[in-house]
Ligand binder design. Structure first.
Ligand code: AMP
Ligand code: GLY
Length: 375
């Protein structure tokens, strides 16, 4: 089959790397891809939100399956776009429809979903400019630190954790009244602060059955020794040492099963990856957030542990035959470290040349956001 992977990160390079090993994948395309995917797939020159270009490429290259890496095109409805198009509707899209993508696109929607289905999560309130006074009162009742979340997608920057009550109230006003994060902060979710250790659980569903991938943990701080500013993730490990069998079983029973059943009960069709951000408090899991995609860099440590043919897994998802797949997991540990341009995650120099990748041994290099420039 011919597969199109949308995205340009390390996650998408890893998808391509695993799909390139598949016995059933003949043509592999990445849009826009990066210098790493260019080595193993055909890069196509358009962005992930250019649906007209995706359609043209899908027809031109006889694409049999589309794998969506990032959340943006999902929240923008790429899956629905395929279903609504007579020429595209037969092509399975791995990534949920717009309604389900709201689990990542709206924090309020995600919290309401968790409440409805008794999924353990932090206490919260949701506020808009109309009831900002109630928001201030809610903050008065909480103890510091205060967690303020822009409801919508804010490029990973929409969560503020603030020690001081007055400052928290000021930020609530900045977000709601001064639109600090634009339309994304038209509503703000305020949460009780949870103290514990974070990890991520990845589930793949075809809407009927599901498989759970190995757990992973990413490390988000830029500096040595887990210090400094937050990033999208500077590294990751799998398995997660503190996620023993008993705790993993709790995650399954208290979080994964109610999530998948909840989607069905609410009539929310879901085909694709569910990334559940968790925090372990004592011996109990609490959900911090849902993402409707794989994590990056977590994908780089999760996929190498899956022994199955990834093309076969994804084809089974597309055909709603996932129940036939039995995952085989490599028990060995995988870790990844992200090398970035100095200054990241603040302003940093772009266009630097990377040398020496051909000399890397006994490790796999995955590219993120690189381009091939052979001038
Ligand atoms: P989110 O975008 O919801 O995942 O939040 C980003 C990060 O903020 C998470 O990865 C956590 O480190 C932190 N965070 C979010 N919500 C809470 C909470 N209720 N208590 C403690 N930390 C949180
Ligand atoms: N590494 C966190 C994320 O992909 O959102």
């Amino acid at each position: 089959m011919n597969v199109l992977v949308l995205g340009s990160g390390g996650r998408e390079h890893t998808f391509c790397w695993k799909l390139a090993q598949s016995k059933i994948v003949e043509g592999l395309y990445a849009a826009p891809g990066n210098a790493g995917t260019a080595l193993i797939a055909n890069n196509l020159d358009f962005g992930v939100n250019d649906f007209a270009a995706v359609k043209k490429a899908a027809l031109l290259h006889n694409i049999d399956l589309v794998v969506v890496g990032p959340e943006d095109p999902l929240v923008n409805g790429i899956h629905d776009f395929f279903l609504d198009d007579i020429k595209l509707k037969h092509i399975p899209v791995i990534g949920p429809q717009k309604l389900a993508a709201t689990l990542e696109g709206s924090k309020e929607f995600a919290k309401e979903f968790m409440m409805r289905h008794n999924i353990p999560t932090a206490k919260y309130g949701s506020f808009s400019p109309e009831n900002i006074e109630e928001g201030y009162q809610f903050l008065d009742q909480l103890s510091p630190p205060y967690v303020l979340k822009a409801d919508g997608l804010a490029g990973g920057k929409g969560v503020l954790i603030i020690e001081d009550l007055l400052e928290a109230k000021e930020e609530l006003s900045n977000m709601l009244l001064d639109k600090k994060f634009g339309a994304a902060s038209a509503k703000v979710v305020i949460e009780e602060f949870l103290t514990g250790i974070e990890l991520s659980c990845f589930v793949l569903t075809d809407g009927k059955s599901f498989v759970t991938f190995p757990m992973a943990k990413d490390y988000k701080k830029i500096g040595e020794g887990d210090t400094g500013l937050n990033t999208g993730g500077m590294g990751a490990v799998s398995p997660v040492p503190f996620a023993d069998e008993a705790f993993t079983e709790k995650i399954h029973q208290q979080v994964v099963v109610p999530t998948i059943n909840g989607l069905a009960k609410d009539n929310i069709p879901y085909v694709g990856f569910v990334f559940i951000g968790l925090i372990k408090i004592g011996e109990d899991p609490f959900v911090i957030e849902y993402n409707v995609r794989m994590g990056d860099p977590e994908t780089e440590v999760v996929l190498p542990r899956i022994k199955n043919d990834f093309g076969e897994i994804l084809m089974a998802v597309g055909a709603q035959r996932l129940s036939e797949i039995k995952l085989e997991i490599d028990t060995r540990a995988v870790t990844t470290v992200v090398a970035v341009s100095g200054g990241y995650p603040e302003d940093y120099q772009k266009g630097k040349v990377i040398l020496g990748l051909d000399r890397v041994e006994e490790s796999q290099v995955f590219h993120a956001g690189t381009i091939n420039d052979c001038r």
